[in-house]
Design a protein around this ligand. Structure first.
Ligand code: MN
Ligand code: MN
Length: 315
């Protein structure tokens, strides 16, 4: 097996072999990686359909077809830097506080070793410990949060740590440079107007799914870049930001979402950004059809790797 890039497709067809992300080497086989794919199979924080604990395995399987060169970003991510699959982190499905603490510890360890992450969920609860680790390393980070939902609710059934609350906690804990934090792709009904007012009070900007339709991906990306500047940027992508037609396999689907083409084009428009961390969450394969969601998520991860690769060696 090649230790630098994906398994040679002339030696083993892409549908065969071990299902690491994009058929990359395992981190333990290469020792060190500039960027690692980390699975976080945890869904004990969901408010509706469960099943995102099976997300990492589904996204890995959906990533088999990826190829090594990205024409849209003019970069070969696996040649520009060492990328590896770090496997899954073991998170206690019966103890949400313990799971959050463990993921924060693991993410901080990768940061200390100089390995940046794309973490594959898992439900959106995992964004909080990942942001804690990122902020501990970089200070308050700029945040682009792609999601149908705000995820800034206060509690569910009195519980503060759920998949609908990570960005409220992150703002309260001072993990975010909220002047450069923005939700993208927001849509669908909320519990009341106060949800939007409280979110605005926390400092978040909102680009709705309808804004993307009306302005187009280039204009949206340019406005987001203006907002984040050269601050360290964390990108959190809930796959339900896509319309259910493009991502049926998720726990809290909302009609009227953006297409996978729009999402990928917005990400490509962010090429100057200083990405320091990213996650792709809420893929729940039991509701998927023909791997639509898993393949979309795999391509989203690949674009995030492309953004990392464009800055590889530039810190
Ligand atoms: Mn969501
Ligand atoms: Mn979410």
């Amino acid at each position: 097996m090649s230790t630098t890039g994906p398994l040679d497709p002339t030696a083993m067809p892409r549908f065969g072999g071990f299902a690491t992300f994009a058929r990359l080497p395992r981190l333990e086989d290469v020792g060190h990686a500039e960027v690692a794919i980390l699975g976080a199979p945890f869904d004990s924080g969901v408010s509706y359909r469960p099943g995102a604990r099976f997300g990492p395995a589904a996204v890995r399987d959906g990533s088999r077809l990826l190829r090594p060169y990205h024409p849209g970003l003019d970069v070969a991510p696996f040649a520009a830097m060492q990328v590896a699959d770090a496997g899954d982190t073991a998170l206690n499905p019966f103890a949400i506080h313990e799971a959050i603490g463990e993921l924060e510890r693991v993410a901080a360890e990768y940061g200390d070793r100089g390995t940046k992450l794309v973490t594959v969920g898992g439900d959106h609860t995992i964004a909080l410990p990942l942001l804690r680790a990122a902020a501990r390393r970089h200070g308050p980070v700029a945040l682009l949060h792609f999601d149908a939902h705000l995820d800034t609710w206060d509690t569910y059934f009195g519980e503060p740590y759920t998949h609908g609350t990570p960005f409220r906690r992150a703002a309260e804990e001072g993990l975010l440079d909220t002047a450069s934090a923005c939700h993208v792709g927001t849509r669908g009904p909320v519990y009341g107007r106060a949800d939007l007012e409280e979110d605005e009070r926390l400092g978040f900007g909102i680009v709705t799914s309808a804004d993307v339709l009306r302005s187009g991906p280039d204009e949206i990306a340019s406005a987001l870049l203006d907002r984040i500047g050269d601050r360290p940027l964390y990108i959190s992508i809930d796959i339900d930001v896509l319309d259910p037609a493009h991502a049926p396999g998720t726990g809290t689907p909302e009609a009227g979402g953006m297409t996978s083409r729009e999402l990928l084009e917005i990400l490509r428009g962010l090429r100057p950004a200083r990405l320091v961390g990213a996650d792709v969450v809420e893929v729940a394969p039991a509701y998927d059809h023909a791997e639509i969601t898993a393949i979309a998520a795999a391509h989203v991860v690949y674009d995030l790797l492309g953004l990392y690769a464009l800055r590889a060696g530039r810190g």
